[in-house]
Design a protein around this ligand. Structure first.
Ligand code: ZN
Length: 267
């Protein structure tokens, strides 16, 4: 979820070149996705297009099966086929460039996954705070924009109301979790995503700050690399940081930007 409406992700739905092995499955799932978006009840038949290999379903020998018996791993942990389907869908996060940069003519702009990865690193290196679960922050950072693998680019210029955008993203998340096969991991992803969406915890507050910090740091880097002026990203985030860590890191980025700007003026 982008906090700055000007940085969005290019639509991933129409330019993916998926391996043929998965093409049919995703073709069918794209139909399922559409049916979810348009409110129809998804057909289980569409979801069932998977390469099931007898004996390989459980493939979770190295995974913990907390709360579920070994005889029913599918209740808690997705089988290998579902996992690979889910991961193949997640590839779109790697290949979909963030549209805000594309709109500013940035060549080789970062992807959604690039953005989420550096946010996860931020959570990894952040100081410990009383009552803060940093591991949860890392998890939230890794999933907070995951629905964009399906919904792609929804910007204000698209004229989609905020509630409708949120509904589509929730539907996309549900779809992805269905592809994963449900279970405890899927439920965890849903909880993490909702926590971020609702800004309902200290962890979500911090990750929302990281979302903005990551964006303005990237904006500064593109300004330096491409000679652009990307004021709008700094203006749109000014005064919106919720945590001391976010405020402090943002201040450092802004200080560096001012310093670079002053250097340019002296030349
Ligand atoms: Zn984000």
């Amino acid at each position: 979820m982008m906090t700055n409406s000007s940085v969005r992700c290019a639509s991933p739905l129409h330019h993916q070149s998926l391996p043929s092995r998965f093409a049919l499955a995703f073709f069918n799932r794209s139909l399922l996705t559409k049916s979810v978006f348009f409110g129809a009840t998804p057909s289980p038949r569409l979801v069932s297009v998977r390469s099931q290999t007898p004996g390989s379903d459980h493939g979770s020998g190295s995974q913990r099966s907390v709360g579920f018996s070994e005889s029913t791993p599918s209740a808690g942990i997705a089988n290998s086929s579902s996992v690979i389907d889910f991961l193949t869908l997640c590839r779109r996060l790697k290949t979909t460039k963030r549209k805000g940069w594309v709109n500013h003519g940035i060549r080789g702009a970062e992807s959604i996954a690039d953005h989420m990865y550096r946010m996860a690193i931020m959570a990894l290196i952040a100081a410990d705070l009383p009552g803060l679960n940093r591991e949860r922050c890392i998890k939230i950072a890794l999933v907070h924009d995951i629905a964009e693998a399906i919904v792609g680019d929804i910007t204000p210029s698209d004229g989609v109301p905020k509630e409708e955008k949120s509904r589509r993203e929730q539907a996309a998340l549900n779809e992805m979790c269905e592809i994963l096969g449900g279970g405890m991991r899927a439920e965890e992803i849903k909880e993490l995503w909702a926590e971020y969406e609702n800004n309902s915890s200290l962890e979500a507050n911090l990750v929302k700050d990281f979302d903005k910090v990551e964006m303005i740091l990237q904006a500064l880097e593109y300004e330096m690399e491409h000679g652009k002026v990307l004021d709008e990203f700094f203006i749109s985030t000014a005064g919106k940081f919720q945590t001391q860590i976010g405020k402090s890191w943002a201040a450092e980025i802004i200080l560096r930007r001012k310093s670079l700007s002053a250097q340019r003026l002296r030349r």
